[in-house]
Design a protein around this ligand. Structure first.
Ligand code: IMP
Ligand code: MG
Length: 180
């Protein structure tokens, strides 16, 4: 699996340091407020699991499942496959995703979650590919801005593989070719 990686873009150590920093900022910002973390599955599960264990204040945790596929490309149409289990009325929400790419996923999830009348909605992403943005949206908490590479690891997949790599990396060219 590691042999398929051309380059490590963000190391395990750098990710851990960044997750800690974001969690400290969230702890400071939401001190005492009724916080609900909403994780976008599957990609953000590893990031969210690490993040919530570093947030030092009471919180609730829920998972929403979204998909937008055309092979390995985003279709532009985002579908919610699984909604919220918790009641989020009057709660402060932080939506956590792995990567902000075109922005369509986060926009759609914000629209859906707004219908439940939370007190406020905030967003947190580990990675941000600004060059790829198609809708006007930005994250309140962002780990790393990255160039327009397709990346895998730490929850992010290519055709459902590589999510369990502990770092963020770029695949070798021949891997993309062979799996197309
Ligand atoms: P958006 O709706 O275009 O912003 O897409 C966000 C979703 O696309 C993320 O939650 C990821 O699941 C997926 N995605 C976007 N870029 C990458 C990438 O470089 N690697 C793996 N998944 C990606
Ligand atoms: Mg995803």
């Amino acid at each position: 699996m590691v042999d398929d990686i051309a380059k490590i873009l963000i190391s395990q150590k750098a990710i851990a340091a960044k997750v800690k920093k974001i969690a400290e900022k969230i702890t400071e910002d939401f001190n005492g407020k009724p916080l609900t973390i909403i994780c976008l599955s599957n990609g953000a599960i590893i990031f969210a699991a690490d993040l919530i264990r570093k947030i030092n204040s009471p919180l609730q945790f829920d998972i929403v499942s979204v998909s937008s596929y055309r092979g390995d490309k985003s279709t532009g149409t985002v579908k919610l496959d699984k909604g919220l289990k918790l009641c989020i009325k009057n709660r402060h929400i932080i939506i956590v995703d792995d990567i902000l790419d075109t922005g369509r996923t986060l926009k759609k999830v914000i629209e859906e979650i707004s219908k439940e009348h939370p007190a406020a909605i905030h967003t947190c992403v580990l990675l941000n590919k600004i060059a790829r943005r198609e809708v006007e949206i930005d994250a309140d908490y962002c780990g790393f801005e990255i160039p327009d590479y397709f990346v895998v690891g730490y929850g992010l997949d290519y055709n459902e593989a590589y999510r369990n790599l502990p770092f963020i990396g770029i695949l070798k060219n021949e891997i993309y070719q062979s799996k197309k």
